[in-house]
Design a protein around this ligand. Structure first.
Ligand SMILES: Nc1ncnc2c1ncn2[C@@H]1O[C@H](COP(=O)(O)OP(=O)(O)OP(=O)(O)O)[C@@H](O)[C@H]1O
Length: 320
């Protein structure tokens, strides 16, 4: 069979990378995805990760093969949550051969999926991505922090969001409701911290800080459109700071529709390098892509990696 004989004529060989430990990645869902791919492509491989970091190692080895004529995938599918996606993107970024990536939901918050596909049913998104109907390849910006080096796909946050991410790990509720519950529990005793935010070296905020979110993706926790101006491929990071002058519950309600912008107590900016500092002597608690990072640091600097990985996203879609 040649590529022109295929039902879609677009991709020949697909590799699905699935994390069995992610919130909603089940055998049944992977079997359905494999079957849809098999209808549209000649060859489908499924790789189940066995441990943390496995997806990165697997892809860095698969996509760096030098064997002439090696049967490399010409499209990849990531199934898991935001942590899985970060590991997949890290593997692609380290590779010579970089096929486009289709992001499928299989996690808890699935914010990246929402940013790229507007939460349409995954069957529709996967079909569009494989056939090219209403979908396009875009070179997604990523970000990184150093010491230790860490890739960021969706975003990083401090304050309330970082504390709620830590809280969420012990809550046995599936899906996005877990983060809602974590935020409610965290809010009961939450105290803002004294912080400063610099964008490309310019101070945009200094004082009592409820949370800072940098991305990346428009949504966090799957439901908060905290960075409504974020574009996936504009070579800029967006940052939103919520200070203590706006009641937090009001701010969270407004964030669901992105209407928090312009309110007193909300600072929004864009740049290539964002520094988040805690200035009251305590360590800065932060998370990246849904994972709390334990450190004694008082500041982190996040730098954009423009156009780092090709992803297939909904066409005409502006989401970040
Ligand atoms: N086979 C495995 N067993 C255990 N952990 C794994 C395995 N493969 C990957 N992991 C780790 O599982 C963690 C959780 O995955 P992920 O973040 O994708 O899911 P989630 O937490 O349910 O989703 P979300 O980010 O949407 O909240 C990641 O940190 C990843 O490194």
């Amino acid at each position: 069979m040649t590529i022109n004989d295929l039902p879609c004529g677009r991709y020949r060989r697909v590799t699905i990378i699935a994390n069995p430990a992610a919130g909603s990645t089940t055998d049944a869902r992977i079997a359905s995805m494999e079957s849809l791919c098999a209808d549209l492509c000649e060859h489908v491989d499924v790789f189940w990760t066995k441990h943390k970091g496995h997806a990165t190692d697997f892809l860095a080895s698969l996509l760096n093969q030098e064997v002439p004529g090696a049967d490399l995938p010409d499209v990849l599918v990531s199934v898991g949550g935001d942590g899985t996606l970060r590991e997949v993107m890290d593997g692609i970024r380290r590779s010579r051969h970089r096929p486009p990536l289709i992001v499928m939901p299989g996690g808890t918050g699935n914010s990246n999926y929402r940013s790229l596909w507007d939460d349409i049913p995954w069957e529709t998104a996967l079909h569009s991505a494989l056939t090219g109907g209403a979908a396009a390849v875009r070179k997604l910006d990523l970000a990184r922090i150093s010491s230790p080096e860490r890739l960021i796909v969706l975003g990083a946050s401090t304050g309330l969001f970082a504390a709620a991410t830590a809280e969420s790990r012990s809550i046995p509720i599936p899906g996005r409701d877990r983060y809602q519950e974590a935020i409610s529990r965290t809010l009961k005793n939450y105290k803002p911290y004294m912080g400063r935010v610099l964008v490309d070296g310019r101070v945009v905020h200094s004082g009592a800080t409820t949370l800072v979110n940098v991305g990346g993706g428009r949504h966090r926790a799957g439901v908060y459109n905290i960075l409504p101006r974020s574009l996936p491929d504009d070579a800029l990071l967006d940052v939103c700071v919520l200070d203590a002058s706006l009641p937090t519950r009001t701010a969270l309600d407004l964030m669901r529709t992105g209407e928090h912008l312009g309110h007193p107590g909300v600072t929004y900016a864009q740049g290539a390098e964002i520094t988040l500092e805690r200035i009251d002597g305590s360590p800065l608690q932060f998370e990246t892509d849904g994972e709390v990072v334990t450190s004694n640091r008082h500041s982190i600097t996040i730098k954009v990696l423009p156009g780092a990985v090709p992803v297939i996203a909904r066409d005409q879609h502006q989401g970040g």
